[in-house]
Design a protein around this ligand. Sequence first.
Ligand code: C5P
Length: 249
Amino acid sequence: MNQAPIGRHIPGLPADRAALCVALDMKDPVRAADLLRGLSGHVDMAKVGMELFYAMGRAGWATVMEAGLPVFLDLKLHDIPHTVARAVESLLSLDPPPAIINVHAAGGPAMMRAAAEAVAGRCRVIAVTLLTALDAADLAAIGFDPSLTPRDLVLRLATLAREAGLDGVVCSPHEVAAIRTELGHDFLTIVPGIRPAGAAIGDQKRIATPETAQAAGADILVVGRPIVQAADPAMAARGIIENLKEAFT
Ligand code: C5P
């Protein structure tokens, strides 16, 4: 499959493998910064989600950014186009600004276009398609056409995102190859649900090893607990990167 390196999209990210992004799923920015210091040289990016960002606000941002890593700010914006555009401007006024932000594709084409226009190339903006916590029964309950599978919906939302000018999507390891085939090589795929062989699966359902996700065409692998909860987080991250390098073709 496609294994074009992420370095082509975001300067500073590796040219010889998929990028490794650690998910900072915690509330305390000092703990997050300590973790990143310990991971220095062993991860390529950090993901700040709602839990940390809403707990720390702008004040904690500088603390987390001391590590000097590009940050994927995973706030999943979803509102009317005007409000999303203004929210994007607020996020881009963070110092330093995030490298990647995201919006829900279900917010519709006009909302996604408004986000892309507000970003104006200053960072990457990607779409969340379907939350992996939703199964076919949930989608039917919401009112989605039951003849469409979750995979059909993911591809449809990803296509809308690309048409609206977004740079990529968050997707499960099981959707990467289809997105690559349908949407081409320049559309970023950011992939959670990654578990190195032998790691605890936790609550994740649709998982893959880092090497399998990379081989399917994943650009950025998001890994939380297998690194954060490891006895030695740096060693866990280093192991993942060594395997990715070895497997990259
Ligand atoms: O600890 P773990 O590796 O499962 O963490 C994965 C990270 O990716 C978490 O921050 C989680 O919220 C996020 N994520 C996910 N599945 C999605 C979207 C985001 O696991 N569909």
